[in-house]
Design a protein around this ligand. Sequence first.
Ligand code: VGL
Ligand code: ZN
Length: 199
Amino acid sequence: MPEALIVVDVQRDFCPGGALAVADGDTIVPAVNRLLATAGRAVLTQDWHPPDHCSFHTSHPGRVPFERIVVPHGEQVLWPVHCVAGTDGAAFHPALDTDRAALVLRKGCRRGIDSYSAFFENDRLTPTGLHGYLRDHAIDAVAVVGLALDWCVMHSAVDAARLGYHVRVVESACRAIDHEGSLAAARAALRDRGVVLER
Ligand code: VGL
Ligand code: ZN
């Protein structure tokens, strides 16, 4: 069962001191690097937004971070400005062993729609191209790690399972935002989809 490692959004803005810091987000880097060292094929994703992205609270006057709004394809959480394309905050954590990756996939690049999942934009329909890439390399299993467990890792793993991959999430190489019960909900969604949760 050829497996790919998908490393989700291990970027400065999701680490302590960053714009959308995940508690202890930086502490996963050694564990991620160990997985990268033995992975057959590794893909890194990078959250990569234009400065006026629709997911930023600043793009909606009067709104505050973590408020939810309704958009044509569903609900959108409004985030602090983060991972603006080309900025230091959007860069990978400096200790991440990016040399090991075969592919760097940027997501959330279009102003009008967010992309939590590495496979689909948030309309759940528009592909990022990752499924095609993995299919071309005869990959049928994925291990998903990174930031944040309860957002982009969860959505990526759920979509991978939906697409028919065997999916495991290595929790020791993830950290969560854990806003209003989101971590417990994410674990339930992952188990529901048959994703294997590993320590
Ligand atoms: C993420 C919120 C907004 C993530 C990205 O990588 O989990 N979360 N953009
Ligand atoms: Zn984002």
